[in-house]
Design a protein around this ligand. Structure first.
Ligand code: NAD
Length: 252
């Protein structure tokens, strides 16, 4: 049995994780942390901040806000609890801090917990190897109208994977509203669409002479991410070494 503390339990993903944990025989929710959630809405202990936490989970799953790391990671370090960071929108300063803390705790970080998206990244890398020099590459991402960060963390992960295959020679072009020039060969266009209730859709276009290849993933339920995060939590609770982990570690 893996005991899980959910950071951001009152949010859309936090609540989905809680219901997926409840539906599984191998996991138990020890409690939830949320600055703004009403404890009366939950049947597990809810803590407003680290000083209130009085449970000892095996792992933390985080779907809150990027700057929550400054409370969460010191708490995790002090109590030797591994952390699955699913929140997106971390700045380079946040990322440095996360890497530094991973010397003392095991941290799993993935901007997208879905198995399908991670397969998409593999396929996109392969397509980039074959087509990258001849085709233009553009990336579109679609999310619901209350998402706060853009482009999505997943779009950045996909763009970085493409760029790595191209020896980091591409320049990211976010939207095209500020230019009056032809597309540069070394551009990688990234476009964020926001609206409705879209859970998450990512589309990579390889545009060539008279042909377009599209590689696309669409999540139709948040449970896809919650289930992936729980799998990562079970995996991380079992690892013995501190450091950074990602989907490649889980899939292998
Ligand atoms: N990795 C993935 O696969 C994946 C998938 C979907 C969403 N996300 C990311 O997860 C995050 C949460 O998404 P959401 O749609 O559930 O957002 P949300 O706004 O519905 O929920 C966030 C919750 O965190 C709480 N919160 C805010 N600051 C906090 C803090 N400092 N400490 C504790 N709780 C705090 C809020 O009260 C809220 O209940 C976002 O960054 C989103 O991009 C990641």
């Amino acid at each position: 049995m893996t005991n899980i503390l959910i950071w951001g339990v009152g949010g859309r993903l936090g609540r989905t994780v809680l219901s997926c944990i409840d539906a599984s025989e191998n996991t138990k929710a020890s409690g939830g942390v949320d600055k703004f959630a009403d404890p009366a809405d939950f049947n597990i202990p809810i803590f407003k901040g680290v000083s209130d936490i009085n449970v000892k989970p095996d792992v933390i799953i985080d779907f809150s806000r990027a700057d929550a790391i400054y409370d969460m990671l010191p708490y995790a370090k002090e109590n030797h609890i591994p952390v699955v960071l699913c929140t997106t929108g971390h700045t380079p300063i946040h990322l440095d801090y996360i890497r530094e803390m991973s010397r003392d705790i095991a941290i799993f970080k993935a901007s997208n917990m879905s198995l399908g998206v991670n397969l998409l990244i593999d396929l996109v890398k392969r397509a980039t190897n074959v087509l990258g020099d001849k085709f233009d590459i553009e990336l579109l991402e679609y999310h619901h109208n209350i998402k706060v960060d853009s482009p999505s963390g997943t779009a950045i992960t996909i763009a970085d994977a493409i760029n790595k295959e191209m020896n980091n020679t591409l320049n990211y072009k976010h939207g095209r509203n500020d230019s009056n020039a032809r597309r540069d060969k070394r551009e990688l266009g990234i476009h964020a669409v926001r609206g409705g209730t879209v859970v998450g859709k990512h589309e990579v276009l390889f545009l060539g002479n008279d042909e377009i290849i599209t590689i696309k993933h669409e999540a139709s339920s948040k449970a896809v991410f919650a289930e992936g995060a729980i799998k990562a939590g079970i995996f991380l609770a079992g690892v013995k070494k501190n450091g950074m982990y990602d989907m490649a570690d889980l899939l292998s």
